[in-house]
Write a protein of this length. Structure first.
Length: 172
């Protein structure tokens, strides 16, 4: 299910549903996934409520409790505002950025955790990003592994936001 509470030019629920279906299979996530595209304010509220962090973030993943899975993998919430900003900064647009965030969230639903897996998620994300024909992914940008000019701009943005504590923290 796709819920768009804050619209983004060029992004439709049908287009995202098709991408989620392909990406879910690629990530080997069984069960349905709900994707919410919302404002920074809503992501801030969710981040505060579920993670105790009072600032907006680009993507949050919420796995279905293990005992309750039965065909439901979990939820992914995405900031339309941050997707627009990062898509513009990196030169690939908001639509591609939302897909990158969906892939990243799906990998978390599949059990990956780039904060503690010594690069396993980053390698998987890189492989899947290429398979799904997506531009540079979140873990690559955060780690600074890209070499392109847009990668350098993204790393500078990530460093700046880490210092200010405004964004780049995600549910893992």
């Amino acid at each position: 299910m796709i819920l768009i509470r804050k619209s983004v030019d060029g992004v439709t629920a049908a287009m995202l549903a098709r991408f989620v279906s392909r990406a879910r299979r690629a990530c080997r996530v069984s069960g349905e996934v709900t994707v919410l595209v919302a404002s920074n304010a809503e992501l801030r509220r969710l981040n505060r409520e579920f993670r105790g962090k009072d600032y907006p973030t680009d993507v949050l993943s919420f796995s279905s409790p293990a005992g309750q899975r039965g065909g439901y993998a979990g939820d992914i919430a995405i900031s339309a505002d941050m997707a627009r900003q990062n898509g513009k900064l990196l030169g690939h647009g908001a639509s591609a950025e939302i897909k990158i965030l969906i892939l990243h969230g799906l990998l978390h639903l599949a059990g990956y955790d780039h904060e503690s897996d010594n690069g396993t998620m980053a390698r998987c994300e890189l492989r899947l990003r290429r398979q799904l024909k997506l531009p540079e992914g979140l873990t690559e940008r955060a780690a600074g592994n890209g070499s392109s000019r847009s990668s350098q701009a993204a790393r500078a943005s990530v460093r700046k936001t880490r210092v200010t504590g405004v964004r780049r923290s995600r549910q893992r």
